[in-house]
Ligand binder design. Structure first.
Ligand SMILES: NC(=O)c1ccc[n+]([C@@H]2O[C@H](COP(=O)([O-])OP(=O)(O)OC[C@H]3O[C@@H](n4cnc5c(N)ncnc54)[C@H](OP(=O)(O)O)[C@@H]3O)[C@@H](O)[C@H]2O)c1
Length: 337
């Protein structure tokens, strides 16, 4: 089979290699991968910023969808022909995280999905919603589950709440879609007026360009009559965190997800205290979270926002597009076919 492999860090060092097809062992399923989606994390993995000590070579990418083409002995949870996606952390089935559950992340601790065939534990897959194509379903395991946890679990968003999304990447656009499902008002910040317009078609209520309005926290307060947002879906990290604290209402929730800004700005700790902010770190989620999210996606026939789907050989181009931040929503790599 064909697979992409990181032999040395750097997009330019990615290798397209021929490897033996994996065989499903006892308790495993063999997935013929049809599509993979890219996360900012995959870019960081490839360039060596995620874990500079990562054992190489490594097949990257956590997010893939395909069909089960063979099963190992003892498999009962799924069957040949099922359309499935892998779960991000192969050992986190349900309940709260612990040290053992967060080991086994695809495309990090273990080889990922950028291959024509992948053997996974029968427990490490979920069935995908019937209305989604493989390209669409491949966008779910990391970005969508993370957004689901931010909006539903950490934010407990309800009708009438105000949610702030940052940028228009994979996690943020899913957060927008889930917050709108729940009846919230969504405010946004983006580097691009064009992307803001696109997000408005998905329900974004109002937004500013953070390049033109670097003090967007003041804008959020204006938009909420001084009250502040109920939830900030924080993907910027150190460069946005203090403004996120300024944007939140007293007793609001900051769901800390990302590290996009390379800034090392100081954090205004007093804001955390005075505003009694609930700060919640999010690390994707469990298989149970994924399945719960899929029920909502299915019920509402929600469609992920795909920026581009490129062919398998064009992975480096897709990673470079992600590096420039030109994309809106998810970048997909089609496998095989
Ligand atoms: N903790 C977790 O479990 C988890 C899971 C998934 C992702 N993440 C992290 O979350 C972040 C987003 O991931 P992703 O895959 O959604 O990324 P992505 O698709 O690459 O999205 C990046 C987008 O964020 C916006 N952005 C960049 N810098 C920004 C800044 N300083 N302020 C506001 N917006 C900014 C840009 O959108 P505009 O062009 O619209 O400005 C950019 O296109 C990454 O740091 C990633 O590592 C964490």
């Amino acid at each position: 089979m064909k697979a992409w492999r990181i032999a040395h860090f750097g997009i330019e060092n990615l290798e397209l290699v021929a490897l033996p097809d994996p065989q499903p062992q006892r308790g495993e399923v063999l997935v013929r991968v049809h599509a993979v989606s890219l996360n900012y994390r995959d870019l960081m993995v490839v360039v060596g910023r995620y874990n500079p000590k990562m054992h190489l070579p490594r097949i990257p990418s956590s997010d893939g969808a395909g069909e089960i083409v063979a099963i190992g002995e003892g498999v009962t949870r799924v069957k040949v022909g099922d359309r499935v996606a892998g779960i991000f952390m192969q050992n986190w089935i349900d309940g709260p995280a612990d040290a053992a559950k967060i080991r086994g992340a695809l495309g990090g601790d273990i080889d990922g999905m950028l291959a024509e065939y992948v053997a996974l534990s029968e427990d490490g897959v979920v069935r995908i919603p019937a209305h989604l194509s493989f390209d669409e379903a491949a966008t779910l395991p990391c970005a969508a589950v993370t957004a689901w946890n931010a909006v539903v679990r950490a934010g407990r968003v309800k009708a009438g709440d105000t949610v702030l999304m940052q940028g228009t990447g994979g996690v943020s656009v899913f957060a927008l879609q889930f917050a709108k499902l729940l009846g919230a008002r969504v405010l946004g910040i983006s580097s691009s007026d064009e992307k803001i317009e696109r997000a408005k078609h998905l329900g974004l209520d109002a937004a500013v360009n953070y390049r033109q309005h670097p003090d967007w926290d003041k804008w959020v307060l204006e938009q909420t009559s001084g009250r502040g947002a109920d939830l900030v879906v924080e993907v910027g990290g150190a460069g946005t965190f203090t403004r996120s604290l300024r944007s939140i209402r007293i007793g609001g929730v900051v769901a800390q997800i990302g590290v996009l800004s390379q800034s090392i700005e100081g954090i205004e700790i007093p804001l955390l205290l005075h505003k009694q902010v609930h700060l919640r770190g999010i690390y994707v989620g469990s298989r149970a979270d994924f399945e719960e999210m899929n029920r909502a996606i299915d019920l509402h026939q929600l469609k992920p926002a795909i920026d581009q789907a490129v062919s398998f050989g064009n992975l480096p181009d897709a990673l470079r597009r992600m590096e420039t931040g030109a994309h809106f929503g998810k970048l997909v790599v089609q496998v095989g076919g």
